[in-house]
Design a protein around this ligand. Structure first.
Ligand code: HEC
Length: 129
């Protein structure tokens, strides 16, 4: 009797998926991140900043809402890319580097692909392109 119960338990476990075989490639389909495309300040970086940062870091609002950090326009933003290694406090904040305050403040971290593309722009010299 014990054997029968044990067998039934095994069959039930298998039926419920205990021994499922899943292909990792099919389960975890990563969203492809195409960083081969050209990443420019005007067409890409500005858009990300406008969507995620400018509400606090604009010319108008940075003093009241953004700790006096102005990210509006290249000439302002570049100061925060050049204030430290590897993209300075700009990249440090968005990558949640513990040496910097995590940004966007009180919001989820930007997605990995966006961060990779911003990093590419920085690695290519953070040009005003
Ligand atoms: C809701 C408002 C808000 C948003 C949105 C926001 N920030 Fe900030 N950010 C702040 C405030 C406030 C500070 C200063 C906090 C302090 O000094 O304690 C700050 C600080 C910073 C700093 C300085 C960090 C440091 O450790 O020196 C950087 C760089 C920065 N923000 C970049 C960004 C970027 C890039 C985004 C968008 C991805 C963003 N912030 C979105 C409010 C915001």
């Amino acid at each position: 009797m014990k054997h029968i119960i044990f067998s039934l338990l095994v069959i039930a476990a298998v039926a419920l998926g205990g021994c499922r075989y899943d292909k990792a490639d099919e389960l975890y389909v990563a969203t492809p991140c195409d960083t081969s495309v050209s990443i420019t300040f005007s067409a890409y970086v500005t858009g990300v900043v406008n969507d995620n940062c400018i509400s606090c870091h604009s010319n108008a609002n940075n003093v009241s809402l953004g700790g006096s950090i102005n990210l509006e326009g290249y000439d302002n933003l570049i100061n925060y890319v050049n204030d430290g290694p590897d993209g300075g406090s700009f990249m440090g904040a968005i990558t949640h580097n513990p040496n910097y305050l995590a940004m966007p403040q009180n919001e989820a971290k930007l997605d990995d692909c966006t961060i990779l593309k911003l990093q590419k722009w920085v690695n290519n010299g953070a040009q005003n392109n």
